[in-house]
Write a protein that binds this ligand. Structure first.
Ligand SMILES: [Zn+2]
Ligand SMILES: [Zn+2]
Length: 306
């Protein structure tokens, strides 16, 4: 299967429009080695012709235009995008659905909770369905589901949602409650090669539920939002910690880097990187620490055959 990173930044992107943190300043004025990044989303395909998006960020339009395999190829109206798989109901992962409203129909794969949130806690899917037909394809936890092309054919990809047991709640929920289906990771398996990609842009801890999904995975794309738990506070941006926002920091003894480096996974790539994260600066100590351990930092347009 093929995986293409459409966007590698966390919500806000890099630079974020209203942010003047040292990283955002540096990417604007070119004073440090770093590249702009759009908000996180990947595309996956078993045949390089039929693609599934994992999350749809507000940057989706420019991301598609920058990705030749996702651009129309036949007919006056056409898209290689067969469906969109959602890992949670956050704005930076779902607002792009509205930008795809020019299509005739969208197939949206999501858990029951995420579907509920986007229909009743905020009206995104209700609004979208007045522009195009919206077909919800339910993802049940730990049940492998075939991703189907728009014509109903099997795409060759099996996709399984698993809970990350996150305690994060969406900001727009009137009564915040934690639910196992609210933040999930996905195991995506190519039926032909049996190779598996795990996509997990938000993970609060590498608990047994999460680690159990990584056993035989070939490639892991994992939450790289913050380097340190107090990153936002130390820059005077907000008091929230990375963990309280549902993101396990990379650095430190109990950070993700030290926990991931011992796992027998061919490729581990950090994605969903917040603009404050020092790993964005290519000559930073933190970036070296990641690369020294043979982990990678995703960039927009990164493409892998898995
Ligand atoms: Zn996000
Ligand atoms: Zn910034």
């Amino acid at each position: 299967m093929w995986m293409r990173v459409l966007g590698s930044a966390a919500g806000g992107g890099f630079p974020q429009w209203n942010c003047n943190c040292p990283n955002c300043r540096a990417v604007r004025d070119g004073s440090l080695p770093c590249s702009p990044r759009t908000q996180s989303s990947i595309a996956v395909s078993a045949d390089y012709r039929h693609w599934f998006l994992f999350n749809a960020s507000p940057d989706i339009r420019s991301q598609i235009n920058a990705a030749p395999p996702l651009c129309p190829e036949g007919g006056v109206r056409h898209t290689p995008i067969q469906g969109i798989v959602l890992s949670d109901a956050e704005m930076d992962h779902t607002l792009g659905l509205l930008s795809l409203r020019e299509t005739r129909s969208q197939h949206i794969y999501a858990t029951g909770w995420v579907h509920h949130a986007l229909t009743h806690l905020n009206p995104l899917l209700r609004t979208l369905s007045t522009y195009c037909s919206v077909e919800w394809c339910p993802m049940r936890l730990h049940v492998p589901t075939a991703l189907r092309n728009m014509d109903g054919e099997d795409s060759g990809l099996l996709c399984q949602a698993f809970t990350t047991l996150s305690s994060k709640v969406v900001a727009y929920a009137a009564e915040p409650t934690v639910h196992p289906e609210s933040v999930v990771g996905y195991r995506i398996t190519d039926k032909r090669t049996s190779r598996t990609l795990v996509y997990m842009p938000a993970v609060q801890e590498l608990n047994e539920s999460v680690l159990g999904q990584l056993d035989d995975c070939t490639c892991l794309l994992i939450d790289g939002t913050c380097w340190s738990d107090d990153e936002l506070a130390s820059l005077g941006i907000a008091q929230k910690t990375a963990r309280s926002m549902g993101h396990l920091p990379i650095g430190g003894k109990d950070g993700s880097l030290e926990q991931l480096v011992v796992l027998p996974i061919e490729r581990i790539i950090y994605i969903h990187i917040n603009n404050t994260n020092p790993i964005l600066i290519e000559n930073s100590l933190q970036r070296h620490a990641v690369e020294e351990r043979s982990l990678a930092v995703a960039f927009d347009g990164m493409e892998l055959e898995i």
